[in-house]
Design a protein around this ligand. Structure first.
Ligand code: CTP
Length: 468
């Protein structure tokens, strides 16, 4: 069995070196699972009943062009080649203390090791022992669960989750990536134990969350996280989007489900994690800006501005990177209503220019987000909204080609203005600079040096400055 999957010569080498050391060794976990899912993984985990470090050292000596790293504290070793990563660990028995993240680890049998794993689909193993080389070992019915699309813990789920609460996030993640159902008892335990996520570091939680977001249909995972209250543990702002209020017979849409639909629609168009994050956060300030205006209905004025200001604190708390990626998310949230405002008739070129200037390099992603933000169930409306946005795109293309405004800087910069009038940084210089930018964006003058120079000289004169 598994001739193709075990064709890399490392498997034979591991088998031979194990025999020499008197160990029994198995391929376990994700690599075996992924064989059945037809995903070609290049990460292989070996469990040996003996020392993982001793086995890895012996194997590495026979593997040309490979590199060995030993993690003495964890009793593990890793061999890397250009393409592959092989992890070696001795079979372990782990017991956990409910208040701590760090398990007590002792040597154990192969069965002990398999028992302490997260889901049945991850308990499959392939023997590398000569007597039954290539045989599948399936203690917990993992193969059946793989075929039926079920996420189930091998032991009582409360024990498995209590041993390592991160596994609750992993359950939602695997269900989303593989489009599997979480078995009922396992699901009930997620609800019961969700509060225990509190002992897990935010980095690890966010890692799993990002894997959900990068899946084909992240709404699947977000619904699991919401319904089990896992989401409530680390993302209260998103939870607050849930629900509909009715007053004077007027209601608003459920912004939680709307957001999930926008996210899925964004994912149909881009694999970019940060554009996907912008979809998650685009309406995040709707709850804090919600007002009921009698006779009119619900309003969320300023939610795009307030939302853009919420991005940084959320990123900081979730331990997401605070650099360029966050800047992009902030900009997309802030501008997400602007293209729609441009769908009205008789829009001036100047409004289009301003959007091109403000969106800069995020313009295409912004339009993509706006298209994904259409969630009306009325087909005629959907077609109309989309046509409007396509029209905006065309306007943008026309103005762009003519004015070359993107990533644009005025043709005369602050230094040159200071030289012209022979003064240093001052209020006047700031005023001239911003008047020049506005004049070009408004189309009062064109984006050319000569016109800009005349404008600057005139403006300086008005402010009482003399050309040097
Ligand atoms: N595992 C576990 N509990 C965890 C993490 C991992 O029981 N909290 C076990 C699972 O048996 C898993 C194996 O360790 O298959 C390897 O874990 P990892 O490499 O993180 O995940 P994979 O299952 O390989 O999946 P992926 O590569 O998609 O993360």
């Amino acid at each position: 069995m598994f001739e193709k999957q075990l064709s890399h010569h490392i498997f034979k080498t591991v088998s031979e070196e194990s025999g020499r050391l008197g160990y029994k060794t198995y391929v376990v976990g994700g690599y075996v699972r992924d064989i059945y899912l037809k995903r070609h993984s290049k990460d292989v985990d070996f469990v040996t009943v003996g020392s993982g470090i001793a086995l890895a050292s012996a194997v590495q000596k026979r593997l040309k062009g490979s590199h060995l790293s030993v993690f003495k504290n964890f009793g593990t070793a890793q061999i890397k080649t250009d393409e592959w990563e092989f992890e070696f660990v001795g079979a372990r028995k782990e017991s956990y203390d409910r208040s701590s993240r760090n398990p007590k680890v002792e040597d154990g049998s192969f069965e002990d090791d398999i028992h302490r794993r997260d889901f049945t689909i991850n308990t499959l193993a392939i023997s590398l022992t000569p007597e039954n080389y290539g045989e599948l070992i399936d203690i917990f019915g993992g193969l059946k669960d793989l075929h039926q699309g079920v996420i189930r813990t091998p032991l009582d789920p409360q024990i498995t989750f209590s041993d390592d609460p991160l596994r609750m996030m992993r359950a939602a993640r695997f269900a989303t990536q593989l489009n599997f159902k979480i078995e009922d008892k396992t699901y009930q335990a997620l609800i019961k134990e969700s509060h225990r996520l509190a002992i897990i570091s935010q980095e690890r939680i966010t890692d799993e969350l990002n894997k959900i977001i990068l899946a084909k249909q992240p709404s699947v995972g977000f619904k699991i996280l919401f319904n089990t209250k896992l989401l409530h543990q680390f993302f209260p702002e998103l939870v607050k989007l849930y629900g509909v209020e009715i007053r004077e017979g007027k209601s608003h849409k459920d912004n939680f489900y709307h957001t999930l639909q926008v996210l899925d629609q964004t994912c149909e168009k881009t694999g970019d994690l940060w554009v996907r994050w912008a979809a998650i956060l685009h309406d995040i300030a709707k709850p804090p800006t919600k007002r009921f205006v009698p006779g009119e209905g619900w309003t969320f004025h300023g939610h795009e501005d307030k939302g853009s200001r919420m991005v940084k604190p959320i990123f900081r708390r979730l331990k997401l990177p605070l650099g360029e990626d966050m800047r992009k998310v902030t900009n997309l949230v802030k501008l997400h209503l602007r293209p729609i405002a441009l769908t009205k008739e008789c829009i001036t070129d100047s409004a289009v220019r301003r959007l091109i200037f403000d969106a800069g390099e995020d313009l295409e992603d912004l339009i993509l987000l706006c298209k994904s933000d259409i969630t009306t169930k009325n087909k005629a409306k959907e077609v109309r909204f989309l046509a409007n946005l396509i029209n905006v795109e065309q306007n943008i293309a026309t103005v762009e080609e003519r004015d070359r405004i993107r990533n644009w800087q005025p043709p005369i910069d602050g230094q040159e203005i200071m030289n012209l009038f022979g003064i240093g940084p001052s209020r006047e210089i700031g005023e001239i600079k911003s008047a020049l930018k506005e004049a070009i964006l408004d189309g009062k003058i064109t984006n050319k040096y000569d016109e800009a120079l005349l404008f600057v000289l005139e403006k300086g004169k008005q402010l009482g400055l003399q050309k040097q």
